[in-house]
Design a binder for this molecule. Structure first.
Ligand SMILES: C[S@@+](CC[C@H](N)C(=O)[O-])C[C@H]1O[C@@H](n2cnc3c(N)ncnc32)[C@H](O)[C@@H]1O
Length: 292
């Protein structure tokens, strides 16, 4: 089983990179200046992404204001990137991106390319499409990540990484953004327990998940529309965690939470000064953790 996009629809990996491409191309002061995002889109989608008028019409005809959830996704990647930069400054030289999809960190961050090896984990066919698009792209990538194909539901990340030159005796930084909602609780816990075992002292993981928190009626309606859309695209959301249960699960896995942030924290860090209507308007939970 694997994915990107059922029929004509973009999969979540492509949908996310399209959002980052249009944010970078058309919004002032992007929260994440993702100059490589446009390169990873199909040709027709690239043309639409560049076309301001097409983007305006797409926004007006969308069933909801997609910037509210896009801001959660982009803000989360920025949260991850800030932690990765902190870890690089501490000489950590391995970065594992779980559920990487069309993540562009390795491609665009020339400044860390000779100090940080990037490993990306996702479905093999998502990775195959990404490789094709990297090969077609005009700019030279900072580095080509090491692609490690794993299905979190049925496979082990330890076995996957054992085929690469990842070194679990050395500290590493991990991110798992915008993916846990699409997994069963069992796959999430099993994977995090493996991550904890693969982390040498000094390692970190940053992740986000969908929290079971009080919602306004507008948020309930919004999340229902979003949930229907991704289910129709073949990628149903499968998990919603009570925040306390999530922290307890991390402890069971051998991880210690050192930050547990919300969409309000994302707003304060990255969106406070924006006047373009882009802000994290849906609930978000973000964690930074280390081996216990
Ligand atoms: C919403 S996308 C997020 C991609 C990227 N992290 C981002 O923020 O742009 C979710 C990603 O999780 C991957 N994914 C979902 N279920 C998975 C599974 N069971 N095994 C491996 N990857 C999975 C999808 O292929 C997709 O790339």
């Amino acid at each position: 089983m694997a994915k990107t996009g059922k029929g004509e629809s973009l999969g979540t990996a492509e949908g996310a990179v399209l959002g980052r491409a249009t944010h970078t191309l058309h919004d002032e002061n992007p929260v994440l200046n993702d100059t490589w995002a446009i390169e990873l889109l199909g040709e027709a989608t690239q043309r639409e992404a560049r076309d301001v008028e097409h983007q305006r019409r797409a926004r007006e005809s969308a069933p909801f204001d997609f910037r509210l959830i896009l801001a959660v996704g982009i803000g989360s990647l920025r949260y991850a990137e800030d932690e990765v930069d902190r870890c690089v400054s501490e000489e950590i030289d391995q970065y594992v991106v779980l559920g990487a999809g069309f993540d562009t960190f390795a491609l665009r961050r020339h400044d860390v390319a000779n100090r940080l090896r990037v490993f990306e984990i996702d479905f093999s066919d998502v990775q195959a499409l990404k490789r094709e698009r990297i090969e077609r792209a005009k700019p030279a990538p900072g580095q080509i990540p090491t692609f490690v194909p794993v299905d979190f539901e049925t496979m082990s990340i330890s076995e996957g990484l054992a085929t690469s030159d990842f070194d679990s005796t050395k500290p590493s930084i991990w991110s798992w953004m915008n993916t846990i909602p699409y997994l069963t609780n069992e796959a999430t816990e099993k994977t995090l327990a493996e991550v904890a075992r693969l982390m040498a002292p000094g390692s970190r993981i940053v992740l986000n998940y969908q929290g079971k928190v009080p919602l306004t009626q507008a948020q309930i309606d919004y999340l229902k529309t979003l949930g229907d859309l991704v289910r129709e695209g073949g990628e149903p959301m499968k998990s919603l965690w009570e925040p306390d249960d999530f922290e307890t699960m991390l402890t069971r896995c051998g991880l210690q939470t050192i930050d547990h942030s919300t969409e309000a924290d994302l707003f304060e860090r990255y969106f406070r000064d924006r006047t373009d209507g882009m802000y994290p308007g849906m609930p978000a939970r973000l964690i930074t953790a280390r081996p216990a």
